[in-house]
Design a protein around this ligand. Structure first.
Ligand code: MG
Length: 160
């Protein structure tokens, strides 16, 4: 089964910027109830979507104090558990971050490592890409950051 996820967060000065589970030095960051990790949120939604389990907002509502300022790696681990309970394996993940700055290249390897570990995948099955919005629109103007993700799930092999 294929899943697709999308997320967007507003950017503001003085907030922390955590993307793909990695804290990135920056004078601005995402405004959010959680840690605002737009990349992990898109990945969670792709995984939930592939299993037709709804969206991240249903499972981790921003009105629930349990999820306030929680690391989004915890959300990803929780989604992984839901898939396991349904005997679904993740085959691969592919995601794209869209933001104007800072440059993501120096952080990609660590993002892949963090995500691969959280979902128990080899790193070659986790792809993270990044691009800018060429100075156009709200992303291009530095007002926000977006992320897109797709994944493939397969039924777990029957245990012998
Ligand atoms: Mg989000």
């Amino acid at each position: 089964m294929i899943g697709f996820g999308y997320d967007v967060h507003r950017l503001a000065p003085g907030e922390s910027l955590i993307l793909g589970g990695v804290a990135i030095p920056s004078d601005f960051g995402t405004v959010a109830h959680s840690d605002g990790d737009v990349l992990l949120h898109a990945i969670c939604d792709a995984l939930l979507g592939a299993a037709a389990l709804g969206d991240i907002g249903e499972h981790f509502p921003d009105t629930d104090p349990e999820w306030k300022n929680v690391s989004s790696v915890q959300l990803l681990l929780a989604v992984r558990r839901m898939l396991r309970e349904r005997r679904l394996d993740i085959v691969n993940l592919d995601a794209t971050l869209v933001l104007e700055r800072p440059k993501i290249l120096p952080y990609k390897a660590e993002m892949r490592r963090v995500i691969a570990e959280a979902v128990s995948l080899p790193i070659e099955r986790v792809s993270i890409k990044a691009t800018t919005s060429e100075s156009m629109g709200f992303v291009g103007h530095g007002e926000g950051v977006t992320a897109y993700a797709v994944c493939l799930l397969s039924p777990s092999a029957p245990s012998v």
